[in-house]
Design a protein around this ligand. Structure first.
Ligand SMILES: Cc1c2[nH]c(c1CCC(=O)O)Cc1[nH]c(c(CCC(=O)O)c1C)Cc1[nH]c(c(CCC(=O)O)c1C)Cc1[nH]c(c(C)c1CCC(=O)O)C2
Length: 366
């Protein structure tokens, strides 16, 4: 009943690859593909605040589609324009986006005090509080008319805890480390609560029209392997086992799931032993090595060039692409092409265009 709301898919490379199928060339998309490196992003955003754009389904859907229009035939998926920090907002924390600085929490959760107790006691109605995201997803699916699939996403519990207690980006992770090592039980309580919210949030995104989901554990690399096993992995795994069950209870078919644990090469084998279909790789991974490990486990990989290659030239880009295509088995099975992290505001759109063209050229020839 639900699926018929939208036009049939013209390009399902991403969905087929994520399920492990053979394809004629690798699907391509880029983390942060809708963003400040695109002149039309600034035009659409105007003087609006970042979260205002996220909360406006018309603006969010337009921003989501911009990279698909900018790079015709080169981008095989859209990712809904939003942010991982909408979950802390829904949990009752204030988050503002400071121009040129990034997200800031005016009242971070520095210790397990009254604020923590309040957040833990707060019953979050994810369906209602994040309704604007679901509206943006449905509107985007309608506007896409089946051109490419739409990706939904959320932040991983550990990465969200880091933001909630640090109050923004961090170099030292003093507060986040204090939490996990000094208050492990309270940390686990908060991680568990966040996990349950992530599951419901992703399920509602799928109900609204998201066709595949990605979980961003952007700060996984701050943890040791041992701490990752305690404070991140169990929650990531829980999301991957519980989301399909929740979708079934909503009468919804399951969708492929991507997990991206940045800066944590030790996480690859661990995540291969999970319910995720796709493991995102940053540039710390050697393509051939990572591909071999993932293939053995029946998992698809996604990635993984350093976004910094876009500051280089044609020769340096082609060299990286050739190594990736070769390493990832030629690109006709088991690999979703992306960068190893989000594209930066310093990248030129033409550099991204060349990167994508080269992947297409080399993979099609292989
Ligand atoms: C850690 C994280 C955040 N947000 C996100 C992550 C995980 C991915 C990652 O590791 O980068 C996820 C995210 N944020 C955004 C998207 C949109 C979809 C897309 O990928 O195109 C996605 C998937 C838009 C955004 N999120 C943000 C922007 C820039 C906002 C602006 O100033 O216009 C965009 C387009 C802001 C943001 N939001 C966040 C930070 C740290 C920042 C500031 C960093 C920066 O300045 O680039 C938190």
């Amino acid at each position: 009943m639900m699926a018929s709301r939208f036009e049939p898919m013209q390009n399902d490379l991403l969905l087929r690859t994520a399920k492990g199928e053979q394809v004629k060339r690798p699907p391509m998309w880029v983390m942060r593909q809708a963003g400040r490196y695109l002149p039309e992003y600034h035009k659409e955003k105007g003087s609006k605040d970042f979260f205002e754009c996220c909360r406006n389904p018309e603006v969010a859907s337009n921003l989501t589609i911009q990279p698909i229009d900018h790079f015709p035939g080169l981008i095989d998926a859209a990712i809904i324009f939003s942010d991982i920090l909408v979950i802390p907002q829904a949990m009752g924390m204030e988050v503002v986006m400071e121009e040129g600085k990034g997200p800031v929490f005016p009242h971070p959760m520095r210790t397990p005090d009254e604020q923590y107790k309040k957040i833990m006691a707060n019953e979050v109605d994810v369906k209602e509080s994040l309704d604007y995201v679901y509206q943006a997803i449905t509107l985007t699916r309608q506007k896409l008319k089946g051109r490419v699939p739409l990706i939904g996403f959320c932040g991983a519990p550990w990465t969200l805890l880091s933001y909630m207690v640090e109050g923004g980006g961090s170099k030292m992770f003093f507060n986040a480390k204090t939490w996990i090592y000094k208050y492990p039980q309270e940390s686990k309580n908060l991680l568990q609560k966040t996990t349950e919210i992530c599951i419901e949030y992703l399920a509602q995104q799928v109900v609204a029209g998201a066709q595949i989901v990605q979980i961003f554990d952007s700060w996984a690399g701050e943890l040791s392997a041992q701490s990752f096993d305690t404070f991140s992995l169990p929650y990531l795994k829980q999301i991957a086992t519980e989301l399909p069950k929740r979708l079934a209870s909503l009468g919804q078919a399951t969708v492929p799931m991507i997990v991206f644990a940045k800066g944590a090469p030790f996480a690859l084998e661990r995540l291969c032993d999970s319910n995720y279909n796709v493991i995102g790789l940053d540039w710390l991974h050697e393509p051939a090595e990572a591909y071999r490990i993932a293939q053995k486990a029946g998992k698809v990989v996604q990635g993984n060039a350093d976004p910094g290659i876009l500051y280089g030239n044609a020769a340096s880009t082609t060299a990286v692409v050739e190594n990736m295509v070769r390493g990832f088995g030629g690109g006709k099975q088991g690999w979703i092409a992306n960068l190893g992290h989000g594209i930066t505001p310093y990248a030129k759109p033409e550099a991204l265009e060349f990167y994508l063209q080269e992947i297409k050229r080399v993979a099609t020839a292989s």
